[in-house]
Write a protein that binds this ligand. Structure first.
Ligand SMILES: [Zn+2]
Length: 361
């Protein structure tokens, strides 16, 4: 098996590999077309590959590219799962659903956000209720979006950020920036003011493919936090609640909880995992995010800040614009064999643990 061959250099390549591997594995395929195009004019879609009995009581779902550019990681694992025959390890009455590219626009354009600058993993909130305020984000927002990238506005902003980190620490800065906010559409980690295309399609696919099952498990693949190549398991469930206890029973005490102080992730609102629990009211659901490290957090946050500036004020075609795109890609994709191999081995280990847990549940 050539692990490197499962990973891709572009969204188009990743999509083609996924569809070819799904066909070869005998999967039932379905695509939800996205209304926009990729930077090369290519089509965008959320693609499904379903393996196993159509009426299976239990379904394991894997998903990639919730955060666009992070999709190189999850897509590589999904192609590997299809090509290495993970589906042949399924017990009776269990099916496997691979969801390729939750956020195809962000994947193709190599951005973390959706086409409307929304962080999909902060978008699963109840928009009928008042949205949570984030005063910590309000404080740092002006520094995150300087009007220039190599002039006085940026210098002033960087000085303010360094002073904030010196006073409160790096993790507090990360928490302020990344917790999710609904007040600054031009900012980072923006949860939006309404469900974005990706959320609406996820709700549709859950209704069409997952409702009526007895138990659904989700593994959502992410990158950008933690030690390089290591995959931390993150549960956003309430500690001690039934969903959280089930995740701990399946995966062991290495399961981390954002906001508890033991995770590389700060506390966040509006994640896919909480969305799944809300969507599958009459179905047991066990959800986990797996977060693979790439570069140190200051470099990852710096890359996100740069990419946000580029689409607000910069020129994508300029040397500076292209340098920022290389920076964002390196922040979310290891792009070497050692990293891809670590990702694959860990992804397979967690998929097998999930099959085992789902079987015994
Ligand atoms: Zn992510």
């Amino acid at each position: 098996m050539a692990i490197d061959d499962w990973f891709s250099a572009s969204y188009g390549e990743a999509r083609a590999k996924f569809q070819a591997a799904a066909q070869a594995a005998g999967a039932v395929q379905h695509s939800y077309a996205h209304p926009l195009k990729g930077p090369d004019g290519g089509d965008l879609a959320m693609d499904l590959a379903f393996l196993g009995p159509a009426d299976a009581a239990r379904v394991l779902v894997t998903s990639s590219a919730t955060h666009g550019v992070e999709g190189f990681c999850g897509s590589g694992c999904q192609v590997g799962f299809l090509q290495s025959g993970l589906h042949s390890e399924l017990p009776d009455d269990m099916a496997l659903l691979h969801v390729h590219a939750h956020n195809p626009h962000g994947f193709a354009h190599e951005r973390r956000v959706t086409e409307d600058n929304v962080d999909l993993n902060r978008n699963f909130v109840n928009f009928e209720a008042p949205l949570t305020e984030n005063s910590a984000y309000d404080e740092v927002h002006p520094w995150l979006v300087p009007s220039d990238w190599d002039g006085p506005a940026r210098q002033t902003a960087d000085t303010a950020i360094q002073a904030y980190i010196a006073e409160h620490g790096m993790f507090a800065y990360q928490a302020a920036v990344s917790g999710g906010q609904h007040g600054h559409p031009d900012g980072l980690f923006y949860g939006g003011q309404a469900p974005t295309w990706s959320r609406r399609i996820i709700e549709t696919l859950a209704q069409q493919h997952l409702s009526g099952r007895s138990h659904v498990a989700l593994i959502d693949f992410h990158t950008g936090l933690g030690p390089r190549g290591f995959g931390e398991l993150i549960s956003v469930d309430v500690p001690g609640g039934a969903e959280h206890l089930r995740a701990v029973a399946w995966y062991g005490d290495e399961v981390r909880t954002p906001g508890s102080g033991d995770s590389v992730s700060a506390k966040v609102n509006g994640t896919i995992e909480t969305g799944y629990h809300a969507l599958l009211q009459n179905t047991e659901s066990t959800t986990i995010a797996i977060e693979f490290g790439t570069l140190p957090p200051d470099q990852v946050l710096g890359a996100l800040q740069a990419d946000n500036w580029l689409y607000l004020h910069g020129d994508l075609a300029s040397d500076e614009g292209q340098a920022i795109k290389r920076q964002i890609r390196a922040a979310f994709y290891g792009e070497d064999s050692e990293w891809s191999t670590m990702v694959w081995q860990r992804g397979l280990e967690i998929a097998r643990k999930t099959i085992h847990g789902l079987k015994d549940s």
